[in-house]
Design a protein around this ligand. Structure first.
Ligand code: ADP
Length: 499
C-alpha cells in the first residue's frame, strides 16, 4: 500500500521490470502500532548509489511521530513481555523461514539501495537471517540462579527480566543484518522496539517489518520511523522516561553524543562504533592464505564495514611479495553496479565517501606512499572508486588514523613482533584485529596483547550470529550476537526469600 505520493521509477534510468516491481512492493510509510502512516510533507528520497538516481520516496518521520512510535512500543511492552518465550521463539523462527523464502527480494533490495554486489547481498541475507534463528533458539533459554545465601538464612533467586522499550538506531552499510542483530535479541528477550534505520538505506527495514508482521509479531512490538532528521527525532525519544534502552551502530562521534544523551535518564546502552582494524602479516605466515584473508577483510562490502582491515602491517621481509600478490588480485576485481554479471566491487554510498577516498590517498601519497593499483574515481554516473593498493604508507598519514570505509588497501611494514604489536594498538579504536602467522605461540601472544574485542587468527572474516560481536576502547560498549547478545536486552533481578 502507498501512503506517500510517489513518482519513483520515472526519474530513474533503466530499472529492470523486476527491480521496478520489487520497489513498488516495498512499503513506503512509517510503521507505528501495526499501521502504515504518512509522516511529514517532505518525503525521504532513496537513491541507487550506482546511478545516483532516486529509486523510491518514502515517508519521513517527524519528532512527534517518533514519540507516537514510543507510545506504541510502551503500550505493547507488558503483553509482549508476558508472551510465553516459546511463542516469541516461534515467531522469530517463522521470520527466519520467511526470510529464506523471500531471500531474492531482500538481496536485490539491498543491492539497489546500498550498492553491494548481489552475491554479497545474498551473503547478508544468510548472515542477517542467522540472528533470527539464533535468538529464536535463545528465547527459551533465558535462565537464572537459585541458591541458599552464605549465612543459611534464606534463598536467593536471580532472574532475568526484559529491560523494557528499546530504541534501535541502525547504519546504512548492512541494512538487514544490523536490523536483525538488534531486533531479534530484543524480541527474544521480551522487549518492544522503535527502529530508526539509516536515511540512506531504509527500504530493507521497511520490507523486513512487513515480514515480521507476516511472521506474527503483534502490533506495537516493532515500530519503524525512517527520518531525514535523526537528531531531532532521536533526542525526545531518548529523553522520554518510558524508554529503557538505546542500541546504536554507527560512527564514534554520533555514539559519543548519544551516550551523553542517554546519561540523563541512565539508560542501558549498547554501542557498536568505529573500527580501525590492524591486519598483521608475519614473515612465517602462509602468504596465499594471508592474501585471501586480506581481500575478504578489505573489500567485502566495498570496504564499508567497521570490521574492515584498515591498516595492513606486513613484515618487511615479505612486504613486496605480499603487495604484488594482493595487487594482482585487486586488478582482477570488477567494478560496477552490484546487479551486473561478475561484479565484485560496487559503488560507495555517496559522493562524500568518494571525496574522502581521494583525500586519504592524496595525504598518504604526499607523505611518501606509492600507488600500485587504482587511486581514482572513474568518470560517469554513480559513486564509484577504483579498488586501490598503497605501499610505503608512512607513520602520521591520515589513512592510518581514520576509518577508511572504502576499497583502499594501505600497506606499511614492521621489523619485529614488538613493533607490530605497538603499531597495531596505536589507535583509539579496538574492534577487531587480524593476525596471520604459522607460529601458534606467537598467535596466542597477539591474541592476548591486542586491545580488541575480536580477533581473526589466519582468517579475514570473524562475524557470526553465534559469536559476541563488539569492541573495546572507543569502538563501543556491549556485545551483539552469541549467548551475550540477549543479555543486552535483559536486566537482572535478585530476590531474597528468608527461610
Ligand atoms: P555513518 O557516518 O556511517 O553514516 P552515522 O553515525 O552518521 O554513521 O549514522 C549511523 C546512524 O546514526 C544512522 O541511522 C544515522 O541516521 C544515525 N544518526 C546520525 N546522527 C544522529 C543523531 N544526532 N542522533 C541519532 N541518530 C543519529
Amino acid at each position: 500500500m502507498s501512503v506517500v505520493d510517489t513518482t519513483p521509477a520515472s526519474t530513474a534510468p533503466a530499472l529492470t521490470a523486476r527491480e521496478e516491481e520489487l520497489l513498488a512492493r516495498v512499503p513506503d510509510g512509517l510503521f507505528i502500532g501495526g499501521r502504515w502512516e504518512a509522516g511529514s510533507a517532505d518525503p525521504i528520497e532513496v537513491s541507487d548509489p550506482a546511478t545516483g538516481r532516486v529509486i523510491k520516496r518514502i515517508a519521513n518521520a517527524r519528532p512527534e511521530d517518533g514519540i507516537r512510535a514510543l507510545d506504541a512500543a510502551a503500550e505493547a511492552a507488558e503483553a509482549w513481555a508476558a508472551t510465553p518465550p516459546r511463542t516469541r521463539a516461534e515467531i522469530l523462527r517463522r521470520a527466519f523461514d520467511l526470510l529464506q523464502e523471500r531471500r531474492d527480494d531482500f538481496a536485490l533490495l539491498m543491492t539497489l539501495e546500498m550498492g553491494k554486489p548481489l552475491a554479497e547481498a545474498n551473503g547478508e541475507v544468510t548472515y542477517g537471517g542467522e540472528f533470527l534463528r539464533w535468538f529464536s533458539e535463545e528465547a527459551v533459554r533465558i535462565g537464572g540462579r537459585f541458591g541458599q545465601n552464605p549465612e543459611g538464612t534464606g534463598t536467593m533467586v536471580v532472574s532475568q527480566r526484559p529491560v523494557g522499550p528499546c530504541y534501535l538506531i541502525t547504519p546504512w552499510n548492512f541494512p538487514l543484518a544490523m536490523a536483525t542483530r538488534k531486533i531479534a535479541p530484543a524480541l527474544a528477550a521480551g522487549c518492544t522496539v522503535v527502529v530508526k534505520p539509516a536515511e540512506l538505506t531504509p527500504l530493507t527495514t521497511l520490507l523486513f517489518v512487513q515480514l515480521l508482521t507476516d511472521a506474527g509479531v503483534p502490533a506495537g512490538v516493532v515500530n519503524v520511523v525512517p527520518t531525514s532528521n535523526a537528531g531531532a527525532l532521536s533526542e525526545p525519544i531518548i529523553a522520554d522516561p518510558r524508554l529503557r534502552k538505546l542500541s546504536f551502530t554507527g560512527s564514534t562521534p554520533v555514539g559519543r553524543r548519544l551516550l551523553a544523551q542517554a546519561g540523563q535518564n541512565v539508560l542501558r546502552t549498547s554501542m557498536e562504533l568505529g573500527g580501525n582494524a590492524p591486519f598483521v602479516v608475519f614473515e612465517d605466515a602462509d602468504l596465499e592464505k594471508a592474501v585471501e584473508g586480506a581481500m575478504l577483510a578489505k573489500f567485502r562490502n566495498i570496504g564499508q564495514a567497521c570490521t574492515a582491515a584498515n591498516r595492513f602491517l606486513v613484515h618487511e621481509s615479505i612486504a613486496e611479495d605480499f603487495a604484488a600478490r594482493v595487487t594482482a588480485k585487486v586488478k582482477a576485481l570488477k567494478l560496477g553496479r552490484g546487479t551486473g554479471d561478475g561484479v565484485t566491487i560496487g559503488p560507495l554510498i555517496d559522493d562524500r565517501a568518494v571525496a574522502s577516498m581521494g583525500a586519504l590517498i592524496g595525504d598518504a601519497v604526499a607523505r611518501g606512499a606509492r600507488i600500485l593499483s587504482g587511486g581514482n574515481a572513474p568518470d560517469g554516473d554513480g559513486y564509484f572508486f577504483e579498488p586501490t593498493v598503497l605501499v610505503d604508507v608512512q607513520p602520521g598519514s591520515d589513512i592510518l588514523r581514520e576509518e577508511i570505509f572504502g576499497p583502499v588497501l594501505a600497506i606499511s611494514t614492521f621489523a619485529t613482533e614488538e613493533e607490530a604489536l605497538a603499531r597495531a594498538n596505536e589507535t583509539e579504536f579496538g574492534l577487531v584485529g587480524y593476525v596471520f602467522t604459522s607460529d601458534l605461540a606467537r598467535g596466542h601472544r597477539m591474541i592476548d596483547r591486542l586491545d580488541t574485542g575480536m580477533m581473526g587468527l589466519n582468517t579475514g572474516l570473524v562475524s557470526n550470529a553465534a559469536a559476541p560481536f563488539g569492541g573495546v576502547k572507543q569502538s563501543g560498549l556491549g556485545r551483539e550476537g552469541g549467548a551475550e547478545g540477549i543479555h543486552e536486552y535483559l536486566t537482572t533481578k535478585y530476590t531474597l526469600i528468608p527461610a
